[in-house]
Ligand binder design. Sequence first.
Ligand code: ZN
Length: 283
Amino acid sequence: MLCPCGSCKPFSLCCEPYYSILNLKQNCPDNDKILIDWLEKYSEPIEKTFMSKTEVYIFRISLYFNKIFDSYFTLGFKPYLLQQKELDNQIISIKLNILHSLIASLSCLSQGLFLQSGIILRSLIEDCLVLLDISENDEQLQKFVSETYSINNLISRTKKSVPPNIIEWYGYFSANFTHFGQVHSAPYLPRACYSDNYVIVVGLQNLIRAIVTIHIVLERIYFKQVPEHFFWKEDTQGGCLKFNNESTIFSWTDKLGSEINQTYPLNEHKKGYNYSDKTFKFK
Ligand SMILES: [Zn+2]
């Protein structure tokens, strides 16, 4: 008899010992393969519905992110006498990991994995703040170079260099997603119809917050190397960077946000769809 794992080997020479240790019977209908089924059956239809509902927004968000990517992602560290090349490569790697976290978060959200999508974004913001920390604090740079860098007190070291909303967003992702909170016990299930509007609305808003954070941090770090500025202005005495609360990027995010809200009203319940009970508030 061939092994059900798909190896084309006889069962007795393949997975049989793993079955018998667990006291499972071959071909027993109770042997659900949740993990493989997720990859092969469930994730794709959820993702398809997500894209059909949000494609225009993902497109616009993607255009914005591309601009940030083209401006900042290939730049290395600021001019530095020692280990320039190694440091440049490490900084580029951190930025690529930030990009991959953004993609992973979008990928989770597209498959209905809402909570998990937010957990990744908290880690993304942390990496952004680390970039800022080692760019602006020589003592932390020394620790980074000598591989003794630690994120302890990262927020207190970096909060003076970012607008308060970034620290608030970091707290929001920590309190609601990374750490146990109401979202963790909410009766929400990923569904092929992607019915829960609040997941679409909050999920996209989370992604936009993460991208704006990346932009604010990178524009500050590379202020002198990049000619176009959206968030930071040099004050008249020169030297100090001041944050522009009236940045055109906020008009962009407000416009997109209100369009998403109008298309997907939070409490909409259409006939014939299954909805999760929304019984929690974000902290
Ligand atoms: Zn097998």
